[in-house]
Design a protein around this ligand. Structure first.
Ligand SMILES: Cc1ncc(COP(=O)(O)O)c(C=O)c1O
Length: 382
């Protein structure tokens, strides 16, 4: 049982919720109070360098890797710290052993961060197949499952949750099919982790990239790349971070170069990294573990009932999945006069997003049913 009640969470970690309604976690997650304190503590050390030493600074990186590993069910040696999602997706696209003529599958409608790194591999003769979506505009998992059987298909790059529909992929099913056919499964997890439960030790994911700035409630500049243990040593980074090598272990003999990559995922890290942001991410992950991601998802589902009751009245259409196999806390709503409806939210000081023809509402653990009711009222007003 989580120690947090929603009012307590609002008061202690998100006190601004007294004055403001925020439904935009799929764009930017707010920084909890404890995370700000963790960031400030590191920055205080920058302002007065007498207050920290190299060892405590260097402790931030292992603590962040351990926090990520605990959060996603990985081993610490499978976690590389990164500044954002794009870094991890680019690393994946660059290091996977793809040859001319190989195909990478990507669903149409994916966020560009999970498209362009793969398109870049076309200059090496790699084919990128944009798989058409279902009539609802969701990834066509049946078609993807069929296509991974093709021996020419070497990788599937998939968002855990789609940014513009909230569709949550059945990574378990896709992972099993990919593993059986020898296809790499690469996951862009930023729209799912923190709101939808996922453990990489239970699902056959090969690489997973995530930034902390949305549902993980972390700072900009913090994120990570997960690489499955048996792939870590096999995959040779396409670039050389100076702390990715054994030769850098001893800071007193840095010029005794030893170009042997670390045997763990640190080989993919590009140090120097933003220590203050990574300390912040660690604090945010601790909060989310206390709350429990299962509870976040259950809370969102209970909030969604307010919106679903409104759609039953007509006027509003929810175009996101509500089936528990594919739903998430991203709710895309359509209505006539969508620009005006969005303007009404903005005029009321409510933060949401306009994406691909829908108003995207993305509530987190701290939102309330009263807030959803207020949003619905404004969307229904004419
Ligand atoms: C699916 C998805 N991937 C990636 C990103 C962002 O990538 P990055 O962390 O590199 O900014 C976003 C949103 O901004 C997104 O919705």
């Amino acid at each position: 049982m989580s120690p947090w009640s929603v009012p307590e969470l609002r008061e202690r970690e998100f006190p601004w919720t007294r004055d403001r309604i925020y439904f935009n976690n799929a764009s930017i997650g707010p920084i909890p109070a404890r995370t700000q304190r963790a960031i400030d503590a590191v920055e205080a050390g920058r302002r007065d360098p007498g207050t920290f030493d190299d060892a405590s600074l260097m402790g931030i990186l292992p603590a962040a890797r351990a926090a990520v590993a605990g959060f996603i069910g990985a081993r610490v040696e499978e976690v590389a710290l990164a500044p954002n999602t794009s870094y991890g997706l680019n690393a994946a696209a660059a290091v996977l052993p793809l040859r001319a003529g190989d195909t990478v599958l990507v669903s149409e409608g994916e966020f560009p961060a999970n498209v362009y790194p793969w398109l870049m591999r076309r200059r090496h003769g790699v084919r990128v197949e944009l798989v058409p979506r279902t009539p609802q505009g969701w990834p066509d998992e049946e078609r993807l499952l069929e296509r991974v059987q093709d021996p020419g298909v070497r990788a599937l790059a998939m968002s855990f949750v789609q940014f513009a529909s909230g569709y949550r992929a059945d990574l378990d099913r896709l992972g099993r099919a990919c593993r059986a056919s020898g296809t790499f499964l690469v996951v862009d997890a930023i729209q799912g982790l923190g709101q939808c439960p996922l453990r990489v030790d239970e699902v056959a994911i090969d690489l997973l990239a995530c930034g902390a700035q949305k549902w993980l409630l972390g700072p900009w500049g913090a994120g990570f790349l997960y690489v499955r243990r048996d792939l870590v040593e096999e995959l040779q980074p396409a670039f050389a971070g100076w702390m990715a090598f054994r030769g850098t272990d001893d800071f007193s003999r840095l010029t005794d170069y030893d170009a042997t990559f670390h045997l763990d995922a640190r080989r993919f890290e590009m140090v120097t990294l933003p220590y203050q942001d990574l300390a912040g991410m660690t604090a945010s992950l601790a909060l989310l573990r206390e709350i429990g991601v299962e509870r976040v998802a259950a809370h969102q589902r209970s909030l969604r009932q307010v919106l679903e009751a409104a759609t039953a009245r007509g006027g509003l259409t929810l175009v996101s999945p509500t089936d528990p196999r594919h739903d998430s806390g991203i709710w895309c709503v359509r209505t006539s006069g969508i620009e005006a409806a969005y303007a009404r939210l903005r005029a009321a000081g409510i933060s949401a997003a306009l994406r691909e023809g829908s108003i995207r509402l993305s509530p987190h653990a701290y939102n309330t049913a009263d807030e959803v009711a207020r949003v619905v009222e404004l969307l229904e007003a004419r």
